[in-house]
Design a protein around this ligand. Structure first.
Ligand code: ADP
Length: 261
């Protein structure tokens, strides 16, 4: 039955055409709704650090601060600016990716080198959080993929595994070679994700519990999801609250023509 167009409910060519138009309208409407939601969520996330910076500056202008107090104020302002910077780069990456505007560059990549490099990069953060980082990739494993995007995938998953961990916890990053695929496994001994949240964690701006961590805005896993899709792969998550989580990404070793841009 035609819902919006005032066509008679017939089963002939016109009736079927009306139905197709209706479906198209519905899809367009939900796309617009998603975009409006995205814009309002994005502005909301930026408003908090911006308001903090504004308050810090105004307060500093109105009071006589010592040099040391000014320094502390500047450190706080710098922290908020870094937050905004991170939000903006994530937003930029996600929108460009989703618009098909990200220059995907498939090349031969050694995942062993990649995981080793990311582990070195994340070492400092893990140390600050008192989390032990391990990695396991016995031999060179090659895959056709985008260097920047796959590095981002490792960073986002490992960063989360550290961020949502416990003091004295661990994170293991493993790469395995299968017949036509490779499997990337990021496992942690962290706080876990409740079963009812699992279906939503890859949605834009979805956060399990806003009180868990103040740094994230819920875009990291949407970016991971997009990177997995562009590589024609799959991601699977298992998690137990209080015990830990395991993210398993399977990627084909070779890309079919579909995405070779
Ligand atoms: P954020 O930037 O908030 O970390 P993500 O999109 O990366 O957003 O993750 C979405 C939510 O999923 C997070 O808010 C967090 O609650 C949960 N999450 C992601 N990874 C883990 C993990 N390894 N352990 C526990 N919770 C996680």
């Amino acid at each position: 039955l035609s819902k919006r167009l005032n066509f008679p409910n017939t089963n002939d060519e016109i009736g079927r055409l009306a139905l197709t138009f209706d479906e198209m309208l519905e899809r367009l409407e939900s796309a617009f709704k998603r975009e409006r939601r995205f814009l309002s969520d994005a502005s909301h996330e930026l408003r908090t650090p911006l308001a903090t910076v504004k308050a810090l500056v105004e307060e500093a202008l109105e009071s006589d601060l010592t040099k040391e107090e000014y320094r502390h104020r500047l450190i706080s302002i710098h922290r908020e600016i870094s937050k905004m910077n991170k939000i903006i780069s994530q937003l930029f990456m996600l929108t460009r990716c989703e618009e098909g505007n990200w220059p995907v560059d498939f090349e031969n990549i050694n995942l062993k080198t990649m995981v080793e490099d990311v582990i070195v990069e994340m070492d400092e953060y893990a140390l600050q959080r008192n989390v032990k980082l391990y990695h396991e990739c016995e031999k060179d494993i090659f895959i056709e993929g985008d260097q920047t995007l796959l590095t981002r995938l490792f960073i986002n998953l490992i960063e989360n595994a550290i961020k949502y961990n416990k003091k004295g916890g661990w994170v293991k990053a493993k790469v395995e070679e299968l017949d036509q695929q490779v499997r990337i496994i990021i496992e942690d001994s962290g706080i876990g994700i409740p079963q009812e949240d699992l279906p939503f964690i890859f949605n834009r701006f979805y956060r399990v519990d806003k009180s868990r961590a103040t740094e994230g805005i819920g875009l990291g896993l949407s970016i991971v999801d997009w990177i997995v899709k562009i590589h024609q792969g799959k991601v699977n998550v298992t998690s137990t609250v209080g015990v830990g989580s395991k993210f398993e990404v399977s990627l084909p070793k070779h890309q079919t023509k579909l995405h070779s841009t």
